[in-house]
Design a binder for this molecule. Structure first.
Ligand SMILES: C[S@@+](CC[C@H](N)C(=O)[O-])C[C@H]1O[C@@H](n2cnc3c(N)ncnc32)[C@H](O)[C@@H]1O
Length: 258
């Protein structure tokens, strides 16, 4: 089962520094100086859109997202950019962009075998598709969501619920885009995020991958589920002597030039 996820910009932005770093690392590899049209696909609360604005001051920048809450936040964060509601599967730009940039967003939908060539085909000649996605399906952070969801009084409400999908293998993205791209750069990075606060990994997940589960629960049942998930995470992500929690987080990056 999957449904439209309710995003909470405040919870998501609790770790904005850590979430921003891969966005900057991706942008650093975009070989464009003065693009005319830039799209931030899955722009979320617009924090990364503001970075695109700084890097490309003269470009027309459009943020695209399906969440009204995220778009409202983005409009106030980046008033000199334009924001439109759209779905990755069906969105089409008004004119071919020079850059389609997407940070931590496309893993929320499936059918990448058709999505990636489609997005690439929307680019202007010489345009760039730049994407970063978490590759965390095997990590306790994600596995324990399913394990905890399946046991306990919340289980009937969460039966069949899924979160962001498992992305394809690195080689599969290579095979999809290599025949189309004049240049293709693919890499993976495992960050070691240093998180502060109590049950920091649960708090991190509550801003992103745990959302589909939280959406299905209310009141005490939701609080109990969060607490059970936090307890299951603790042995895997112990607090260090200074109180910080280390979260290893693997991400896949690709930059494809048309
Ligand atoms: C984790 S946030 C990333 C936000 C931003 N790019 C960043 O780097 O902080 C993922 C965003 O993807 C959006 N999203 C998820 N599925 C979508 C879809 N099918 N179409 C459009 N946006 C979608 C969500 O609303 C959310 O704002």
């Amino acid at each position: 089962m999957s449904h439209t996820v309710t995003w909470d910009p405040r919870q998501y932005l609790q770790f904005s520094n850590e979430r921003q770093r891969p966005a900057l690392d991706l942008l650093a590899q975009v070989p464009l100086a003065t693009p005319t049209r830039v799209v931030d696909l899955g722009c979320g609360p617009g924090n990364v859109t503001t970075i695109l604005r700084q890097r490309f001051p003269a470009a027309e920048i459009v943020g695209v997202d399906s969440s009204p809450d995220m778009l409202a936040k983005a409009r106030s964060a980046a008033p000199d950019c334009r924001f439109v509601q759209g779905d990755f599967a069906t969105w089409r730009p008004e004119a071919p962009p020079d850059l389609i940039y997407s940070n931590a967003a496309l893993h929320w939908v499936g059918a990448h075998e058709t999505l990636f060539p489609r997005l690439f085909g929307l680019l202007a000649p010489g345009g760039v598709l730049a994407v970063q996605m978490p590759a965390m399906h095997d990590a306790p952070l994600r596995r324990l969501q399913l394990a905890v969801a399946a046991e306990g009084p919340w289980a009937p409400h969460l039966a069949g619920e899924v979160s962001a999908r498992e992305i394809l293998s690195t080689g599969a993205y290579y095979d999809l885009l290599r025949p189309l791209a004049s240049r293709l750069d693919l890499w993976e990075t495992t960050y070691l995020h240093v998180l502060q606060g109590e049950d920091a990994v649960m708090q991190w997940a509550a801003g992103s991958s745990l959302r589909p589960f939280l959406d299905r629960l209310e009141g005490q049942l939701q609080a109990d589920f969060r607490a059970a998930y936090a307890a299951a995470l603790r042995p895997h992500y112990p607090r260090r002597s200074d109180g910080a929690t280390l979260l290893p987080f693997r991400r896949l990056f690709l930059v494809a030039i048309r």
